[in-house]
Ligand binder design. Sequence first.
Ligand SMILES: [Zn+2]
Length: 356
Amino acid sequence: MAKESQKNKNTGARSRQRPALALLLVVLIAAAFFIMSDVPFVKSARDSLMQKLGYEAVDQQSGNENGGSGSSGGKTAEWDITADIDPAALPEYNGNYYVKVSGGIPVFPDDVYERAGLIKDGDEWKTKGNLFGTVDSNKLTAYEYYGSLDDMGRCTYAYGLLGEETMPQDGQERGDISSVHPSGWAKAQNWERCHLIAWALSAENANPSNLVTGTHYLNYDSMRPLEEEVEHYIWNTGNHVLYYVKPWFSGDELVARGVQMTAWSVEDKGEGISFNVYCFNVTPGAEIDYRTGIVTTEEQAAQDARVYVINTRSGVFHYPTCDGVKEMSEHNKKTVTATRTELTSQGYTPCGACEP
Ligand SMILES: [Zn+2]
């Protein structure tokens, strides 16, 4: 009797497992469809989810055949990122003003096109009532959209369809932005308030959703040539440019490591403007604490007293962690707390390996 009831139990469990397994399979297939589908409805649902997670635009593969030529301004990115940006492994500064994202080909969430009055027609975007892939300037809606700050008070993204409509009007004066203290600004040293969408393109002044803590290098050397390229293009053609800018933060840091800029001219399908780049928020030669916004320049570092190990025989000084220290005989080793400047003025030479 006991045996039999045991058996029944087992059978019951097995027959309940099958529907559970089938349900799991259905969920997995649905999830795969959601992740990979190109069906517009599914894609836009996915994109809006990705947007909420902070991965908009860059989660998408380049799908635009009319991407056009690369960008100009700044140094050419010699090595480029063909993959999308990985928030856990942001590009390392390599001496260039910026590096390409997705091969430099601009891609936007569908939302960005649709708000501009564009509708999808096969692989193309066109304005309503027009033939395949053609765009009527008069049917476009210029707009700007600024993502709200995240729960750490950091800028999220800004995008829009830029044109003469969004630019400062004749006689419009640039306003004061000093009231805005972007994340990482509090302990600022030589920081600049860096517009995500430049004033010249958006006429946006003290909008906290549009200003990040940036270096002069980011603001003027990296981003500005690209902004000017767009500005001149709009003035010269009267055309419109889809534009998407996103600061990238590493973990819970307050200062962005870099700013992604994506732009594509609409009427000529990227013929005039087409780029997708990651601009570095650095000052070459300075060390930046991106958690706090504290910047240490080379000169300041030289003024900070710290522990060095001097080889009294060769007159070379090292950081204590240098391999040269391990190889040094105890007899010649002298540990001091001093500034770099003090040591060099006493005639000591910095080690070529650990570069103190
Ligand atoms: Zn050394």
